[in-house]
Design a protein around this ligand. Structure first.
Ligand SMILES: Nc1ncnc2c1ncn2[C@@H]1O[C@H](COP(=O)(O)OP(=O)(O)OP(=O)(O)O)[C@@H](O)[C@H]1O
Ligand SMILES: [Mg+2]
Length: 357
């Protein structure tokens, strides 16, 4: 899977951009604050319908402009689709081949995996960032996961409303809740096992670190009915608390996701370098799992990779990722970019302009 032509209008400082990318390695070179990360952000926006830097879509629109749009040609073997996203005044419009479509038929035509220090909140931020990281990865693999997540979120809202109202039909919500919650936990656990496997096998570890991700408590039950039983016990234990708090306190929307470096909880104990390495290892694992499951590579968006790794490692990693699929890499170092050799297609990013070099 790869992105060919890309056009952007009024996205952050990128006023008018049009470029042609190729499968393999595409490198964007520019000094600080010229628009490199914004360009990767635009590609992620096109793929996912949202930014990896902010929840506030208005922040993406160039200051003073009323709207932004991004358009790109997503290719996969014989398939080719023109994807388009337009944002204005709190509204988002998605189009495929010129036709407006709902989000559910937009998703899945272009998949991107991001490494950027702007994503460090996955490691350092609140638990929901880690849950969201897993949910995004799993939804990319299995479209039905997205639906399961939506159904679950809906039942949580309904059950919460019943808790607030103190209605007697709570027991009916409990049964629905249990079914959806157990299903989601089960599937999330499957995804986590895949990521763990990739983390252990790929062994990207600049200083020999062991990176790991865990879901919930140790000794998670296998199978949906075991999850259901466990959830029921957890709900029984929090029976009073839930009625007092008037909201659902157990379930996938509250489950812990733990990232560790050498067995230590990363958010608290990882050094800055280790936290960034962990983030990169997670991105590479997500790429691997996606490729294994879908038989095609997601587009790798690697922001400032060479400031993360020494030159040799950064080069090796770029080549490896680009050999398997398309990689868009940014750097502030033209020397390094040039040393990547003829395999790399270079672009210069300067004051919001992007041109082939
Ligand atoms: N909504 C916006 N409208 C206009 N400019 C913006 C907007 N949001 C951010 N910018 C500016 O766009 C510029 C490019 O930001 P970007 O993060 O893409 O830079 P970069 O090339 O990745 O830099 P660095 O190498 O420092 O990471 C910055 O000067 C930033 O302040
Ligand atoms: Mg940047």
């Amino acid at each position: 899977m790869w992105l060919g032509r890309l056009e952007l209008h009024d996205l952050r400082n990128l006023r008018d951009v049009a470029l042609e990318m190729e499968p393999g390695l595409n490198v964007f070179v520019g000094r600080n604050a010229q628009g490199k990360t914004s360009l990767l952000e635009a590609v992620a926006l096109l793929a996912r319908g949202r930014s990896f830097r902010t929840e506030d879509t208005r922040a993406l629109i160039r200051h003073g402009a009323p709207a932004l749009w991004a358009r790109g040609r997503a290719r996969e073997e014989e398939r080719s689709n023109e994807l388009e996203i337009e944002l204005f005044a709190g509204t988002r419009r998605l189009r495929v081949d010129g036709r407006e479509v709902p989000a559910r038929s937009y998703h899945g035509r272009l998949e991107a995996v991001v490494y950027s220090t702007d994503r460090l909140r996955v490691v350092r931020g609140p638990m929901r960032e880690r849950r969201a990281f897993l949910d995004r990865g799993a939804a990319a693999l299995w479209p039905s996961y997205r639906q399961a997540l939506r159904d679950y979120e809906r039942v949580v809202l309904q059950r919460n409303a019943a808790l607030v109202a103190g209605t007697p039909d709570l027991a009916a919500w409990d049964e629905q809740f249990l079914g959806l919650a157990a299903g989601l936990r089960q599937r999330r656990a499957v995804y986590v096992e895949r990521v763990r496997g990739a983390l252990a096998r790929e062994s990207f570890a600049p200083a020999g670190e062991r990176f790991d991700v865990r879901l919930g408590e140790d000794g998670e039950p296998a199978g949906e009915s075991a999850h259901r039983e466990r959830l029921r016990r957890e709900m029984d234990a929090r029976y009073r608390d839930e009625r007092r708090a008037r909201r659902s306190l157990v379930g996938p929307h509250r489950d812990a996701v733990t990232l560790t470096v050498n067995g230590q909880e990363a958010g608290e104990f990882a050094s800055s370098g280790q936290a960034r390495s962990l983030l990169l290892a997670l991105a590479l694992a997500a790429l691997t799992v996606y490729r294994e499951e879908r038989g095609t590579s997601a587009v790798a968006l690697l922001d400032d990779l060479d400031s993360e790794l020494d030159e040799e490692r950064a080069t090796a990693l770029c080549r490896e990722v680009a050999r398997r699929g398309q990689a868009l890499v940014t750097t502030a170092h033209p020397g390094w970019a040039r040393r990547l050799g003829p395999l790399a297609r270079l672009f210069a990013v300067e004051e919001g302009q992007v041109r082939a070099d």
